[in-house]
Design a protein around this ligand. Structure first.
Ligand code: HEC
Length: 159
């Protein structure tokens, strides 16, 4: 009984140390994970809409409106704290952890202009996503361009 309690207490302490060590080894881990998650949420929702436009999924008014809404919400989040200076590719410790180019910070506020286009295009999408495939397609095209517009300048290309 006592032995087992002591054992589990030690395991807990060892695990706590292990997670502290990981946090120290990987700077900005939480921030990078969070901002990638926002991007993945965007990808998921734009993917549903793209499937409808391509005829791979049936067009459904409510599903389209909801996905458009989610895309807009992702753009609206006040995510400054997920993008601290030094958490980009200028940090040698992060070369395998992030695709965020140093220009995000060195040319600031250019990235905010890209963010504005993203916010505006997703807002426009929410207004027409329920109006049928033709309107959805046009508005979705603008959203896709807003993603690409930022990625071209501020995200390192995949090899
Ligand atoms: C204002 C700039 C900006 C806009 C707009 C933007 N992104 Fe990104 N995105 C980035 C940056 C920078 C990264 C790299 C983040 C990192 O690796 O730390 C990224 C990464 C990603 C990733 C990879 C995430 C991962 O898990 O590594 C996906 C997917 C993505 N974006 C999708 C989108 C989609 C879809 C849109 C539009 C609906 C969009 N992004 C709009 C800047 C932007």
């Amino acid at each position: 009984m006592n032995f087992s309690r002591t054992l589990w207490a030690s395991v807990a302490i060892i695990s706590a140390c292990a997670s502290l060590a990981t946090a120290a080894d990987e700077p900005f881990k939480a921030e990078i994970t969070a901002r990638k998650a926002v991007m993945q949420v965007s990808k998921f929702n734009i993917g549903m809409l793209a499937a409808m436009v391509k005829g791979k999924a049936p067009y459904d008014v409510e599903t389209a409106q909801n996905a458009a809404y989610n895309l807009h919400l992702a753009a609206l989040m006040k995510n400054g704290p997920m993008w601290p200076k030094g958490s980009g590719l200028d940090n040698p410790e992060l070369v395998d952890k992030t695709a965020a180019k140093p220009e995000i910070w060195s040319t600031f506020p250019k990235v905010s202009e890209k963010h504005k286009v993203w916010t505006e295009s997703t807002e426009a999408l929410t207004k027409v996503a329920g109006n049928g495939l033709a309107e959805l397609k046009t508005a979705l095209g603008s959203v896709g361009k807003s993603c690409k517009g930022c990625h071209d300048d501020f995200r390192k290309k995949k090899k």
